[in-house]
Design a protein around this ligand. Sequence first.
Ligand code: ADP
Length: 228
Amino acid sequence: MDLSLPQSPTPADDALDGPLARLAIHVGDITALPAGLRVDAIANAANETLLGGGGVDGAIHRAAGPDLAEHCRTHHPGGCPTGLAKHTPAFGLERQGIRHILHAVGPVWPQEDGHEVGYAMPGAPTDDSAKLGYTHADNLLASCYVQLFALAVRHGVRHLALPAISTGVYRFPKPRAARIAFGHAHGHLHRHEHPERITFVCFSDEDAKHYHDAIQTRGEWMANRRRV
Ligand code: ADP
């Protein structure tokens, strides 16, 4: 299912609208995108080894074939630290028109049982009640998106598809992750011509709703700003 984002009828003075026209939400499997989307790069929610794992990482490695892990072993022998991203060719996924895979390593959301505590701005809680940007995990996830967009610019990507990094086994709260992903994608498109399009790929309609909510919240914020 393809959900194009609602376009505001207000004119071009609305800084939200221009970038929004270049953003979309797609519900489905990032390794089997419809050809009509003409995606030429996908992001992977990798782990620090870059050698493949479960979830979306496993699906991408299976679709790309064993050359992908071999390439990572040779070209990125140290893997990739959390919060950073690395580029590889797409190998078996090239049959679908995908030329680049951009591997980002998202943060693990801290456990709630207190054994694995994330650190936060002084005085801020370490859990989902903290203001956005106040936990270390927020900033590491934001860094993933900044890195992915920088790689996309460097490699001349035209249409980048993004999975919801860290929201699976890494347990990052989904609405929070969607707000971070949308905010950074929107900010990047506001300032750059590349990529021309960014599509958030969600595994379910429920996951897609988090992106719609993030967009709506941002739209309301922009509208309130215009009023003052
Ligand atoms: P992480 O380890 O970063 O949490 P996961 O792969 O476990 O990564 O999950 C990240 C997100 O990707 C989750 O929201 C999950 O539902 C989604 N996902 C898993 N497989 C796919 C796929 N083939 N295509 C798109 N999204 C996927």
